[in-house]
Design a protein around this ligand. Sequence first.
Ligand code: KIV
Ligand code: ZN
Length: 528
Amino acid sequence: MTTRDPNRVLIFDTTLRDGEQSPGCSMTPPEKLRVARALADLGVDVIEAGFPAASKGDWESVQAIAREIQGPIVCGLARCNREDIEKAHGAVRDAARHRIHVFLATSSIHRQYKLNMAKEEIVRAAVEGVRIARDLVEDVEFSPEDASRTELEFLAQVVEAVIEAGATTINVPDTVGYATPQEYGEIFAYLRRHVRGADRVVFSAHCHDDLGMAVANSLTAAHNGVRQIECTINGIGERAGNASLEEIVMALKTREQFYGLRTGIQTTKLYPTSRLVSTITGMPIPRNKAVIGENAFAHESGIHQHGVLKHASTYEIMQPKDVGLSRNSLVLGKHSGRAALRDRIQALGFDLDEAELNRVFAEFKALADKKKELFDGDVEALVLRTADAEGGPWAIDKLWTSATSGADASAVVRLTHSDGRSVEQGATGDGPIDACFKAIEIATGIAVKLSDFEVRSVSEGEDAQGEALVYVEHNQRTYRGSSLSTNIIESSARAFLEVINRIETHRQSGRAPGERLTQTRGPVPATV
Ligand code: KIV
Ligand code: ZN
């Protein structure tokens, strides 16, 4: 038997489950697999790969992750009912190490308005759910949803009952981001003091950021005996998001003397993983975001610059290289070879296999023909964009636009569909991008409401590549797409088409992106 290091905090990453629930952050199955690989390289202990009962597509992508990923425990979420739990088990069972995570709300607000269940019914259902899961797997996590707004004595009663039923991890979610750090820490201190069997389980923190306290709450929980923290890359998640993995990990590392705790995370992989998730979800990282924001290590004021040049520790509590940030001003161009490109890619923190490197190199050469100098931002964008970024049934075959000041612009698109169709469509609009979007809507027969559109440069110079980000509303859901090109009309049209592809793919897979399933009274709802 191996004894657990009492000062080791397990990192439970829920980017693929709670993170994916944030509007506009849905990922395709290949994208989820790509993120799961990056999480395994990063060294997370648990990957919550999804909610298998949510849809056939979710089930399949959890299974694909369970089958491929080595190292971390692969976990599937389930409501407290047999059907969900069996689906979760079916999806994760092929992973060498797997877990079922069952949840049921316990707070009076949820009991009364959502579940219409009395306290005794909650205890019974929670125990039943954990027993069903424990009959299938050894490793069972239980979450009393909205725990931080649950009466403490009742929370302790539920937790004691599920430990008795076989739960091995007890997660205490601050579901609506309401708790303060002190209150949240005291919940764990109380449970560890009052619950029989508390010493047999791992306590876990799961915090949302509605009041901006998710990371502080998680760290205070760790200070109060919690040894698993649930978090997401870049803090993506429901509403204001979940606790950010990179902030928690770097706080524990940088302030190790204070917390006396450690994680198994390879911190030099934080920046590349963060960029990957940002690119895939289309959720930009604010420049001033702690740890991985563009300005996190930038010193503008003369006094600070002078200090850092003399000794970095004057104004830097972490080194950029600790989080995998290793930018330099070395410029690549069309005469740069494969080896130089590979070195740059490695210095930026990415490990590509030969096939991926070949693909990036081919795109690098094509880009170098259009653009004199290639900077780190260009290389990073090529690495992150390669493979399945714009996969889907529709593809752009040709695009023509014309615009004259003072008159409507026009666009003609020729699209192909994976079912063999080829459609050519023209439209006019207020500028060439508007005309392209209209032509694509008519050609595909999918009408959307554009809610946000931005183009930003990913590197330097007048010939920099422009990344287009498109957000739309369709059937009361948010969808997004992104694309990259030195031609911003082309990147905008491709980003728009990615949106259309996501809508069509989700129509087929049966679940809209970001849809949250929740337990209601009685048996499983007919449609999930
Ligand atoms: O926030 C929450 O309560 C959750 C649970 C399902 C763990 O995400
Ligand atoms: Zn959550």
